[in-house]
Structure formats: structure tokens, C-alpha cells
Design a protein around this ligand. Structure first.
Ligand code: GLN
Length: 484
């Protein structure tokens, strides 16, 4: 048998059921892998005692469920009771929640084992993991013939690196504008962001509340399906949670594309597109066609406004959400000698937030300020509605959309020092986020430099099943087996 850490989540489940190994052995194999790979900086906190206690309970038969004994990493945006939760920020260093986020509670209900909290861009703002207050996460991948360290993508970069390096079977991620899909693409794993409202946001530290969604990141589409069923579900504690039954995605998976129409949005073929990305996309189209899909060209005319719209809406909501970190109610406090309460707020935020978070708060408060509100925020909301309408029209002609996930493979640290260059990396992922649609990235090939490239599938609202099926079809056709 191959190393336990090399098994897929589904294989681990089968092996545990057949008692080929115990949950404790499985947890220990992953804890050992984590210890051997600390240089990646994927975990902010490791929780070996918690993991072994949970695993032992599975072996004893006192914990059970569809994910019984499956070792997972948890992005540090999810509150885990009794475990430091920081959102990758100095302002929350040392914060230990006394409650469990709904998503992690669902995973625990289903028997999962928690290995630790995964590093991430501060407050999930970023595409490279360079903004974490706990230091950058290093991708386990290297380009051919180069020793340069590469970014794992972001903001769920710790999740991506850990799953790809076989430090956990799967990980939770969150996606506000691409933070599950882009890092998944950069490290050659799968990841799905469900329809807005499918997964509860309760207990997940807020970035931009109208966009934030949790989702799984794992090495196969089936593994994502297994985790997704567990993570999703109605939650009365989240006012935007959808009270709609969640299918058993893994049981429903067929990978069949027969009779399906796959839309190819013309506006995504950008001028000056990396020829490797364009070629991969064409390959993906050919694969789905060979599987019996009908390929149709569709238009999403407002695509070019998606990035500017996102970078108004997301910072606006972030500036409001992050106002709670004032040194009084949450997190750390800095009290300047002789200062008043306003000096305390200022000193706390100056010390607690990193540069990118401050930039977003500044942009957000600016676009929401009297005199600029209508010009920026109201306008962005209107354009957001038009972007959503584009998708509605496209889905009259097709069942799913196929696009690249990111405009390039993983880049080197410091390569996108200009914030606008960094924001441009989200060009293919933010439109589906603004429209609240389910979207997934699946590893589809390697660049000439030997780095993973992903294809994105976007689906109709609540059609995670259709997205996963197209994802499985790509996964089978691509036969992606490269590893770092
Ligand atoms: N890279 C995007 C941003 O920085 C998306 C982040 C996310 O999805 N959390 O806002």
C-alpha cells in the first residue's frame, strides 16, 4: 500500500471502513508529514492533541459519520472552539474563540479530524499569501530548472500548500473573489466555491459579507464533493443561509457530459492572453466535446467591469466589517500613554493591521463616504446587477461555463508588488463571485515550466452537481497526476 498520506480522501474513507489502518495511524501519518514540512509555513497552529483525541474517538466507535477519521486542515478564518483563530492578522493574535463556526461544526458532526489552522492572506485579502502576519506560505512546487520559491496563491494559500504537499486529506477554504479557485489552480488541486448562501458564514471571520463563501479544497473532485455535502446546509444563525436541501454530491457524481451544453464566454479570451492558458482552455473544450457536450459560444458583455466592481464592493464591505477591531471588543489593544479613546483606536489599528488590509479599509471608507457613495458604491452595485444578468442570459444557452481559472501559473514572491498587478490575477474568478454562482477549479495540465494550471467551471445557482460533474469530466480527461 502507498503511504497513507498519498491516498485520496475517498480512499482514506474506504481504508478506515475496511479497518486497513486506524484513524489514529492516519492522523499520525499526517502529523508527521506536517512536522517534516514546516518550512512551507502552511499551518499557523498545529493541533496534534486535538487530532489524536478526535481520531481515537473514531477508533473507539464514539465518533462516526461520513467523514469519520478524515484528517483535515482548517483555514484560519474559521473559528474553532478553543483553538487560536487569527485570520492571519496581528490584531487577532492570541484570540481563542469559545464557539465553533457552523462549517467546522458540520465537519465535526460528520467525524472529521482537525490537524490545525492553516495560514492565509490577512483577512483573506490577497492572491499570494504574502500579506499574512505569520509569514508567507511557500508553494511545494518549483518551476523546472529553477530553485525560486513560488507563491501558493491566495488567500487560501496554506490550505492549497497543505493539501498539495499531502499534509492533510482536504482543507477548508473561503472564496470572496477567487480565494479557493486560484490557489487550487496554482498547486494542482481541486476546489469549489458553492452558491452564495449554501455554506453558513456564521463563525467565519467576515471579509466581504455579500461575497464570502466557504468551500472545500482537495486533491480530487470526488473528495471535494464529499467535503462539500458535509460543509453546506441551512443555518438559522446566518441570515443569508439558504433553506434548501443539500444533495449527496459524491453519490450523485457521474462525470457525464452527454446532452450538456458548455458555454465559452468570448469576453474571457483577453487580448494578450498567455498562449499556454489559451491552449489549455482549448484543450478543455475539446475534452468536454469528446465527452458528448455541445459547445456554445456565449457573451458576458460586462466582464471587463467585474474587477473594478469587485475592488469597490469588497473593500466597502471589508471597511464596515473590520470596524469591529477597535481594541475594545475583539483582539489586541494598543494604549498610547496619555492618549484618549481615539488615540487607542488609531494605535490599535496601526499596529494590528497590515498594509493591504489598511489599503482596503481606506478604499472602502472612501467609496462609502458622503459625496462619493453614489459615484462609486451605488454605481458598483448597479454594475454588479448587470454582471449577474449577463450570467442569467448565458445560462439560457448553456448548462455550465468553462474558462481558465487564472491568467498565469504560480509566480515568484515579490513578482506582483504593485497591488493593481496583484488584483489583475483575479480577472477570471471575480465575476462568478459577484453573481453568487458556484464555481470550481480543476487541475488540467502543466505549463512548459512544469507548474500546474487549472480550468474553471461556473454553474447556475445551486447547480453544484453540474459543476462537479463537469469537473470530474475534466479530471478524467486530463489525468493530472503530477505532484510537487
Ligand atoms: N484575491 C482576492 C482579494 O484579494 C480574493 C480574495 C478572496 O477570495 N478572499 O480580494
Amino acid at each position: 500500500m502507498s503511504a497513507l498520506t498519498d491516498l485520496s480522501l475517498a480512499e482514506m474513507k474506504a481504508g478506515l471502513d475496511a479497518r486497513q489502518f486506524s484513524a489514529v495511524e492516519l492522523a499520525q501519518a499526517h502529523l508527521d508529514a506536517m512536522a517534516a514540512n514546516r518550512h512551507l509555513n502552511a499551518f499557523i497552529v498545529e493541533t496534534p492533541e486535538l487530532a489524536l483525541t478526535q481520531a481515537k474517538a473514531v477508533d473507539d466507535g464514539t465518533r462516526s459519520g461520513p467523514l469519520a477519521g478524515i484528517p483535515l486542515g482548517i483555514k484560519d478564518l474559521f473559528a474553532v472552539e478553543g483553538v487560536q483563530t487569527t485570520a492571519g492578522s496581528n490584531i487577532l493574535k492570541g484570540f481563542v474563540p469559545r464557539y465553533e463556526s457552523s462549517v467546522t461544526a458540520n465537519l465535526l458532526r460528520d467525524g472529521a479530524v482537525f490537524l490545525g489552522k492553516l495560514n492565509m492572506d490577512e483577512f483573506a485579502m490577497g492572491s499570494s499569501n504574502e500579506t499574512s502576519a505569520f509569514g508567507r506560505v511557500i508553494s511545494p512546487w518549483k518551476a523546472k530548472g529553477s530553485d525560486a520559491e513560488l507563491v501558493p496563491g491566495g488567500s487560501s494559500g496554506g490550505s492549497a500548500a497543505a493539501v498539495s504537499a499531502r499534509l492533510c486529506a482536504g482543507a477548508t477554504g473561503t472564496d470572496t473573489g477567487g480565494s479557493i479557485r486560484q490557489p487550487a489552480a496554482f498547486v494542482g488541486i481541486a476546489g469549489i466555491k458553492p452558491t452564495y448562501g449554501r455554506a453558513s458564514r456564521w463563525g467565519t471571520i467576515a471579509f466581504a459579507s455579500s461575497l464570502d463563501q466557504a468551500g472545500p479544497m482537495a486533491r480530487t473532485v470526488t473528495d471535494c464533493a464529499l467535503m462539500l455535502t458535509s460543509m453546506c446546509g441551512f443555518d438559522a444563525k446566518d441570515s443569508t443561509s439558504l433553506d434548501i436541501p443539500v444533495p449527496d454530491y459524491a453519490a450523485g457524481l457521474t462525470g457525464s457530459m452527454k446532452g450538456k451544453r458548455v458555454g465559452i464566454p468570448v469576453e474571457y479570451r483577453l487580448d494578450g492572453m498567455d498562449p499556454e492558458i489559451a491552449a489549455l482552455w482549448d484543450q478543455g473544450i475539446a475534452w468536454l466535446k469528446a465527452e458528448g457536450a455541445e459547445i456554445v459560444s456565449v457573451s458576458l458583455p460586462h466582464t471587463k467591469y467585474a474587477l473594478p466592481t469587485y475592488y469597490i464592493v469588497a473593500p466597502a464591505e471589508a471597511s464596515s466589517n473590520l470596524a469591529r477591531y477597535d481594541g475594545v471588543r475583539y483582539g489586541n489593544r494598543v494604549t498610547p500613554a496619555g492618549g484618549n479613546v481615539h488615540d487607542m483606536y488609531a494605535a490599535t489599528r496601526a499596529a494590528g493591521f497590515g498594509k493591504e488590509v489598511k489599503r482596503r479599509i481606506m478604499i472602502g471608507t472612501y467609496v462609502l463616504s458622503a459625496g462619493f457613495y453614489d459615484a462609486y458604491y451605488t454605481q458598483a452595485q448597479k454594475v454588479r446587477a448587470l454582471i449577474a444578468r449577463d450570467f442569467e442570459a448565458a445560462f439560457e444557452k448553456c448548462d455550465v461555463l468553462l474558462t481558465p481559472t487564472a491568467p498565469s501559473p504560480a509566480f515568484a514572491f515579490g513578482a506582483k508588488a504593485d497591488p493593481l498587478a496583484m488584483y489583475l490575477n483575479d480577472v477570471f474568478t471575480v465575476p462568478a463571485s459577484l453573481a453568487g454562482l458556484p464555481a470550481m477549479s480543476v487541475p488540467a495540465g502543466l505549463s512548459a515550466s512544469g507548474l500546474p494550471l487549472g480550468l474553471q467551471i461556473i454553474g447556475r445557482p445551486l447547480d453544484e452537481m453540474g459543476v462537479l460533474d463537469a469537473g470530474l469530466a475534466i479530471e478524467r480527461a486530463a489525468g493530472f497526476s503530477a505532484r510537487p
